[in-house]
Design a protein around this ligand. Structure first.
Ligand code: 13P
Length: 249
């Protein structure tokens, strides 16, 4: 049995007043609203420490990115060790917004995954095709090479989560069909097993891109979908809890 993970990526949203949402999620989790699902929130780094307090130990916390180096002369950057020091246990790496807005290549993401492991964090490694790539029939190729090149040696179910996020589905309200999600997740699973062995059958593969309360049940029931990486709908505790409520027995 794979324990599902429902992760909320707040992106560049949230001020101190938003900590009430973390508290509300923690209360919902404590009251059993999310069943066996593991819950994690990825606030902006500015709120990370305060969020660990509000999360009351029942919601995990993570960073949205980290630097490859542990410390040094890198103005504005935040290391994996700094995230871990604040109480993070996860870090999102290779999100398409980082790849597009900050020129992050697979090689850079690969180095950041190693940094996360060095600090004891579990990376959520994001991969996914653009609309142009999907229209060109390249989805499986793109996802395959992103996975191959972004993932260093040494991955296992204990230290890695994958998130498949089609770029065109992020923030658009559009989602792939369940058949398309099933196909891509099956290919990701197979390539993980081919590379890492049977233990990779237990690596969590999340779906992300316009997940909301109204489509969560359908998307989370797809084979090889072991949870969700939620953007916009994670900013509201009621919506975020409702998505994870799919896992309530
Ligand atoms: P939305 O849920 O807002 O589409 O964002 C998805 C995402 O990018 C999560 O990382």
């Amino acid at each position: 049995m794979i324990r599902p993970l429902v992760a909320g990526n707040w992106k560049m949203n949230g001020l101190k007043a938003s900590l009430g949402e973390v508290l509300a999620v923690a209360e919902g989790v404590a009251s059993g609203a999310t069943g066996d699902a593991e819950m994690a929130i990825f606030p902006p780094a500015t709120l990370l420490y305060a969020a660990t307090v509000a999360a009351k130990g029942v919601v995990a916390l993570g960073g949205q990115d980290c630097a490859a180096d542990a410390d040094g002369a890198h103005t504005g950057d935040i290391s994996a060790e700094m995230l871990a020091d604040l109480g993070a246990s996860f870090v999102i790496l290779g999100h398409s917004e980082r790849r597009a807005d900050h020129g992050e290549t697979n090689e850079i993401v690969n180095a950041k995954v190693k940094a996360a492991w060095r600090a004891g964090l579990t990376p959520i490694l994001c991969i996914g095709e653009t609309q142009e790539e999907r229209d060109g029939g390249q989805t499986l190729d793109v996802v395959g090479w992103q996975l191959r090149d972004s993932l260093p040696e040494g991955a296992s179910a204990a230290n890695l989560v994958i998130a498949y996020e089609p770029v065109w589905a992020i923030g658009t309200g559009l989602t792939p069909t369940v058949e398309d999600v099933a196909e891509v997740h099956a290919v990701i699973r197979q390539s993980l097993v081919d590379r890492l062995g049977e233990g990779a059958a237990a690596i969590r593969i999340l779906y992300g891109g316009s997940v909301k309360p109204s489509n969560a049940a359908e998307l989370l029931a797809v084979p090889n979908v072991n949870g969700a990486l939620v953007g916009g709908a994670s900013l509201n505790a009621v919506d975020f809890l409702s998505i994870a409520g799919v896992y309530k027995a």
